[in-house]
Ligand binder design. Structure first.
Ligand code: BTN
Length: 139
C-alpha cells in the first residue's frame, strides 16, 4: 500500500497540546498539582515532596507558582518556584512539557535547590542541582 504524504503528516502529529494543568508525580515519588486561576501564562499549585535534605523533618505541602510559554509551541517550556513551607529553602524548576504520538505527557525538568547558608563564607555549599521527570500518576 502506498503511504500518502497526508497520512505521514497525520501520524507525525502530536495527539494534542501538552497540558501542564493537573496532577503529576516524579521518579522520587513527589506529587504536585498545577492549576491556572486565569487563562494565560501564569500558573500556581501545590507540591508534596517525597524527600527532604534534613532527616527527620516533617514534610508538609508547599505552594508553587510559575509561568509557561503557551504561545509558541504545543510542547511548552516553563519554570516554577517552590517555597518550601517546612524548612528554610527554595527550589526553582525549569523544563518542557512533552507529549508523544499516543498523547502521553511528561515534564522533563532541571532544578536548583537553595538552602540557607549561615554566613557568606558558607554560600558555596548552599545550592544543589538535579533533574526530575514528571509523569501523570496512575488513577
Ligand atoms: C528541602 O529539603 O530543603 C526542601 C525539599 C526539597 C525537595 C527537593 S526539590 C528537588 C527534588 N525533587 C523533589 O521532588 N524533591 C527534591
Amino acid at each position: 500500500m502506498l503511504v500518502q504524504p497526508i497520512q505521514v503528516a497525520f501520524y507525525n502529529c502530536n495527539a494534542h497540546k501538552c497540558n501542564l494543568i493537573g496532577n503529576w508525580t516524579n521518579e522520587l515519588g513527589s506529587n504536585m498539582t498545577i492549576v491556572k486561576p486565569t487563562p494565560g501564562t501564569i500558573f500556581t499549585g501545590s507540591y508534596f515532596t517525597a524527600v527532604t535534605v534534613e532527616n527527620g523533618t516533617v514534610i508538609k505541602e508547599s505552594f508553587l507558582y510559575g509561568a509557561e510559554d503557551d504561545q509558541h509551541s504545543d510542547q511548552p517550556v516553563f519554570g516554577f518556584v517552590v517555597n518550601w513551607s517546612f524548612t528554610v529553602s527554595i527550589s526553582d524548576f525549569i523544563g518542557q512539557c512533552f507529549v508523544d504520538g499516543e498523547g502521553v505527557e511528561k515534564l522533563e525538568t532541571m532544578w536548583l535547590l537553595r538552602a540557607k547558608a549561615d554566613s557568606s563564607g558558607d554560600n558555596w555549599k548552599a545550592t544543589r542541582v538535579g533533574s526530575n521527570l514528571f509523569f501523570r500518576p496512575n488513577k
